[in-house]
Design a protein around this ligand. Sequence first.
Ligand code: G4P
Length: 304
Amino acid sequence: MAIQWFPGHMHLTKKAIQERIKAIDVVIELLDARLPGSSANPMLAELTSGKPGLKVLNKQDLADPARSALWLAHYNALPATRAMALDASETTPARRLISACHELAPGRSGMAKPMRVLICGIPNVGKSTLINTLTGKRVAKTGDEAGITKLEQRIVLADDFYLYDTPGVLWPRIIVARSGYNLAASGAIGRNAFNEEEVALELLGYLIRHYPGALASRYGIEMPPGATDEQMLGAIGRQRGAVLSGGRINLQKAAEIVIHDLRTANLGRITLETPGEFAAWRTEGEKVDAERQLKKKKPLCSTQ
Ligand code: G4P
């Protein structure tokens, strides 16, 4: 899928992280619990490698609890990594976050050696909501204005606990094709940057395979075994009255309904990837990307 967006402050953010990372004890990465693998910024892994990491699966209220458990186990098995799931309804997540950071960097406490934590996450993952909950007040979104100093803000959670906030950025090139679809379906990518019909078809294809019950109870449509994503989208459009003159189904409208139903959990709690699936998609994506890069490097015609 050709997803196009402006990487925004990506380069400035990268520089800000590079400058800050040396004096950081723990990196908190906020992930979308519905797509933990796809919402992890590969650029961040490079920039922060070697630092203890706390993976926070946010929006757990929208995600499939059994799959969140799989992701938590996956991250907790990684070296120097802890994971926890959260949602916006949790009013006092600070204690859990702070104690997880202390477990990851036990030497840091007291005014002389305060805990220094960097918090990162893609746009719309819920970082401002979490920071507002942690601080008890409305904090402006980081990076709303250009310039490096505006790109980072320090939040004092306790006398010996500093949180450095960074702007939510997406990386410019997505090499895992399914990640593009999942990011678009979740709302991480602006609506002008993708084709809703294509995203809805991919989403329906996945739901038919993994959450047929959710589709049946939301739309009450009896589909024959082996029904395709296209047939499903058409049936949803018809059932919801998304019909154009002449009786043609308004597939754009049907696609918007499906995407909206995922985002609002009208379809129930759904997670669009498991650790195993994501690992396989990534291997495939890296292979395709390596071949693409190789092709780019090859001269267009040989001189011989
Ligand atoms: P960001 O700073 O990472 O860009 O994200 P932000 O906090 O602005 O949150 C993006 C959207 O996600 C907001 O919804 C917010 O309410 C919602 N959100 C954040 N955390 C959670 C969560 O744990 N569960 C659920 N279900 N939603 C969450 P919005 O519709 O864009 O804005 P609004 O309705 O809050 O005004």
